[in-house]
Ligand binder design. Structure first.
Ligand SMILES: [Zn+2]
Length: 122
């Protein structure tokens, strides 16, 4: 393990680099510029960007089904990252919920109208 003693008094627990007593970030032979680049890349590597996507028209559950089949196909032929597909699946569930809620509110409106008409007629 790395020989660096941290500000807290405990030793750094990162694995050492080959032919060094220090880890990458505590190795004095590595420039601050290089370390800074590595730090920012570390954060960025977790972000998955989908390039060249077209605007997706999803006006019904059937559209969403077709879209999700496309995503599944993309995952199977490695053109879509599995982690990206998890995000897409999560957002798709939100879309399904919106469809369900709007369907319920349309039905409720119809029922309320029918009840009102009934009350006026009696
Ligand atoms: Zn270290």
């Amino acid at each position: 393990m790395c020989n660096e003693v941290l500000k807290t008094g405990s030793k750094c627990r990162a694995p050492v680099m080959r032919n060094s007593k220090f880890c990458f970030f505590h190795n004095k032979q590595i420039s601050e510029k290089h370390k800074k680049e590595a730090r920012s890349l570390g954060g960025k590597s977790k972000i998955i960007r989908i390039k060249n996507y077209k605007k997706i028209e999803i006006k019904s559950i059937s559209d969403l089904k077709d879209f999700l089949i496309d995503v599944l196909t993309g995952v199977m032929n490695n053109s879509i990252d599995v982690r990206a597909s998890s995000g897409i699946a999560y957002l798709s569930n939100t879309i399904i919920r919106i469809f369900e809620l709007s369907d319920i509110s349309i039905r409720l409106e119809k029922i309320e109208k029918a009840l009102n008409n009934n009350n006026l007629n009696n």
